[in-house]
Write a protein that binds this ligand. Structure first.
Ligand code: ZN
Ligand code: ZN
Length: 371
């Protein structure tokens, strides 16, 4: 199936909104100009995949999701530089590299972000895959659609990885780990001795905890509904773990009268409001959780002039070409132990893996593709 030519493969597609992933036969072309074809070896599942599986968020159906892929370059199209067949790579979000925002060094806010990552279309505005029985199969999700043994990617979202990093640990770097760690290391610029509270100890929140430890922040407070998540957060560098609930504001205040930074990964308005209220002078509230459409949060103006800020962000404000290798290096140095979050599943068991994430049994499920 690899090594050139059009290919036929079994992919996991969303055929019916809200239904489990369906394994269907699909056809994939050779990579076109500026495109890369990657033999996917591992793909993480992120909450964003399940949101796009279940909710009407503007993506067409049937569509192949998956946006934390890692694998081996199978073939490169005309004009591709920087990667060659056989290279080991991790996949991340795509950006154009040409718009004013990309040129300012903020590709995560690229003017073509929606087109390249959400719309399901290739550069010619047509889907890149076809159902084997005929008909379009939308793909190019986050410039990849890696719930498939082969994915069409582009140079800007295809990142070479070190030889020592296994694919199942490379895969989650491209979204979840990048998002949480980047919020601390890029957006906030976390410094030694700064205080931090992380609301939600899922994959993104735990990545933030690990990055905060790298940055020397202290104390690092993790908050979650699940006691086992707090144990894991402590093992990864959190100094305190609190259950979310009525006593939370008082527990935070007992640690620090105000926090230099609070990071919300939950998107729950009441928690975001609590986080803003817990800020110290010059404190920063980082908001990156997904909230339901129309959700609002309020905050007290009293005290807000004390240099406080509320900052939203996506993808850890990271350029994957720089940040994925940085996280890989930290992992190989033993300073970013995200292997503690990962549980692996055979690709064919994608629905069991998704359920394990929803139930909280596995923080970061990663699908493995056999040969
Ligand atoms: Zn751009
Ligand atoms: Zn994601």
């Amino acid at each position: 199936m690899t090594g050139g030519g059009a290919g036929r493969m079994t992919v996991a597609a969303v055929v019916t909104r809200g239904a489990p992933f369906a394994l269907v036969e699909a056809e994939i072309p050779e990579p076109g100009p500026g495109e890369i074809r990657v033999a996917v070896k591992a793909a993480g599942i992120c909450h964003t995949d399940l949101a796009f599986r279940d909710l009407e968020l503007g993506t067409p159906l049937p569509m192949v999701l998956g946006h934390e892929g890692a694998g081996i370059v199978d073939q490169v199209g005309p004009g591709v530089e920087g990667v060659r067949p056989g290279d080991r790579v991790a996949l991340s979000y795509d950006s154009c590299g040409l718009c004013p925002v990309c040129r300012e060094g903020a590709p995560q806010y690229c003017e073509e972000f929606g087109l390249r990552n959400i719309a399901g279309l290739g550069p010619d505005m047509a889907p890149r895959l076809r159902l084997a029985g005929g008909g379009p199969l939308f793909a190019s999700f986050f410039g990849q659609s890696s719930f498939a043994p082969l994915a069409i990617t582009r140079p800007r979202n295809t990142v070479r990885i070190p030889a020592g990093l296994p694919f199942h640990l490379a895969a989650p770097l491209g979204c979840g780990m990048q998002t949480g760690a980047g919020a601390i290391l890029n957006t906030l610029g976390g410094r030694p001795g700064q205080s931090l509270a992380v609301l939600g100890a899922g994959a993104v929140g735990l990545a933030a905890v690990m990055a905060a430890r790298v940055a020397g922040m202290d104390p690092i407070v993790a908050v979650d509904r699940v006691p086992a998540r707090l144990d894991l957060a402590r093992a990864l560098g959190a100094t305190h773990g609190f259950l979310s609930g009525d006593g939370l504001a008082a527990e935070l205040a007992a640690i620090r009268p105000g926090f230099d930074a609070v990071l919300d990964t939950t998107g729950v308005p009441a928690l975001i409001e609590l986080g803003i209220a817990a800020l110290a002078t010059r404190g920063t509230m980082l908001v990156l959780g997904i909230s339901p459409p129309g959700a609002q949060a309020a905050f007290a103006l009293s005290g807000f002039l004390g240099g406080k800020r509320i900052q939203g962000l996506i993808e850890g404000d990271a350029d994957p070409q720089a940040f994925v290798p940085k996280l890989a290096a930290l992992h190989l140095e033993g300073r970013f132990p995200h292997d503690r979050l990962v549980g692996t599943f055979p690709f064919a068991e994608i629905n069991r893996a998704a359920h394990a994430m929803e139930s909280g049994e596995t923080v970061k499920p990663v699908l493995l593709f056999g040969d």
